[in-house]
Design a protein around this ligand. Structure first.
Ligand code: PLP
Length: 443
């Protein structure tokens, strides 16, 4: 009898035996291409010898020391490394153990920042977007803008949401030619309505992941967001839990928009899944406000800043740099996107194939012309994922919204080590899986 309380209590889970490079093996010896790196996590693939060695070395010295009393060589090295790679004056790293902890910490840090800076503050609201995902804890879920919110209300009140930057289904009915980036200007509308004096921050994923399947905002989008945040004196939090550390072809994804946020939330690729870690990369000015103010950020989690995860993360980041994997993500990602568009867009049920670097999404539709989504109850993304597993490829499914405002999607996020030959292998398996799926869903 299995005593595990699984997330989906009625599902039969595959049992993993081991991983090697971009492949995972089940307990029957079957091999699968891990084309989503779990959930865009295993960016170096599985069992990378350099990371295993770093892990063993640090574990042999000290695995845990509590951040309330101790610092360590590995957390100092990691913070210096990340500070060097992050844009602008984002030179300070606050450590936690995962993505939701990172966005929760950013939320509290934004609120406390204004108290520290101004002595008193009414700024407490955080504005986010629909079709976003910022984590599953209640604060993170309050900022999230998708179906995951449904069963857990009431969530934190006064967390307003603005329109998503969703060009394939523009919420303002515009197209490429008529677009004036209304989705970015929607932040100003919300600020006027909420009163900027009540708003601490705006949070957005640079490239949208779990809630929408690799949506890439317009090239001017974050420039406008930055200007609005500056004008109304609110912080801009860039959630790169999924997109950061090379996933979209730059070390930090926001580099492609040439914009410097006030905080960047990171996790996942930061340790490539070898040990749980997350963090908030913070601008010097914010850190200085805490230093000159009360001196204490009233927050913390037991495992935040443990020496083992930090040493693993240092080894991961150095490997990304030394093995040129960020550039590889960009180049192989461009190649893979082109091939997937060529092979998959002809299918009547494929509405869009999009993304950046090795963060790619395929959106499924019932009607290509009208972009009408499939009914949620049909579970098309799950069914397609099951069909692809038969062809030895694992992707990450996302179900469409019940409001009919977006379709099902699958997310592809293979390890950043992916070669052109492996990309071809992936495309061939996807093409076979899609062909079989098409036969099965003939209405
Ligand atoms: N933020 C983003 C953009 C994410 O993609 C995720 C997870 O998918 C999270 C936050 C939450 O991270 P975690 O699952 O590590 O709590």
């Amino acid at each position: 009898m299995d005593h595990v309380f699984y997330r989906n209590v009625n599902k039969n889970y595959m049992e993993v035996q081991y991983g090697e490079g971009i492949y995972l093996y089940d307990t029957d010896g079957n091999r699968y291409m891990d084309a989503c790196s779990g959930a865009a996590v295993s960016n170096l693939g599985h069992a990378h010898p350099r990371i295993l060695a770093a892990m063993a070395e640090q574990a042999g010295k000290v695995a845990f020391s509590h951040l309330s009393r101790w610092t360590s060589g590995s957390i100092k090295e990691l913070a210096a490394l990340v500070g060097e790679l992050a844009p602008g004056t984002l030179n300070k790293l606050y450590l936690v153990s995962g993505g939701s902890e990172a966005t929760e910490a950013a939320l509290k840090m934004a609120r406390q920042y204004y108290l520290e800076r101004d002595g008193k503050s009414s700024k407490y609201k955080i504005i986010s977007r629909w079709k976003s995902f910022h984590g599953n804890t209640i604060g993170a879920l309050s900022m999230t803008g998708d179906k995951r919110r449904k069963k857990y209300g009431p969530l934190l009140l006064d967390f307003p949401h603005i329109a998503p930057a969703y060009c394939y289904r523009c919420p303002f009915g515009k197209n490429q030619d008529s677009c004036s980036v209304e989705c970015a200007l929607d932040l100003e509308r919300a600020l006027k309505m909420e009163g900027a004096d009540n708003v601490a921050a705006f949070i957005a994923e640079s490239v949208g992941g779990a809630a929408c399947g690799a949506i890439v905002p317009h090239k001017e989008y974050f420039k406008i967001i930055r200007q609005i945040c500056d004008h109304y004196d609110i912080l801009y939090i860039d959630d790169e839990v999924m997109a950061g550390f090379g996933r979209t072809g730059t070390m930090f994804s926001i580099a492609d928009w040439g914009v410097v946020p006030d905080m960047i939330c990171v996790a996942k690729g930061m340790s490539a899944g070898y040990s749980p870690i997350g963090g908030v990369v913070v601008k010097d000015e914010i850190h200085a406000a805490f230093k000159q103010g009360s001196g204490v950020f009233v927050h913390g989690h037991t495992y935040g800043g443990n020496p083992l995860s930090a040493a693993v993360s240092v080894a991961v980041v150095k490997t990304l740099i030394e093995e040129n994997l960020v550039e590889n993500s960009r180049l192989v990602g461009e190649y893979l996107l082109g091939k997937l568009q060529e092979k998959l867009l002809p299918y009547w049920f494929v509405g869009d194939v999009r993304g950046k670097g090795l963060m790619l999404g395929v959106e499924l539709v019932k009607d290509k012309d009208t972009k009408e989504p499939f009914q949620v109850a049909l579970g098309m993304a799950e069914k397609l994922t099951a069909a692809l597993i038969k062809h030895s490829v694992i992707v990450y499914p996302g179900t469409g919204s019940a409001d009919g405002e977006n379709g099902d999607h699958i997310l592809l996020a293979p390890p950043l080590t992916l070669t052109i030959e492996q990309a071809d292998e992936l495309v061939a398996a996807m093409a076979d899986g899609f062909a079989e799926f098409e036969k099965r869903i003939a209405f």
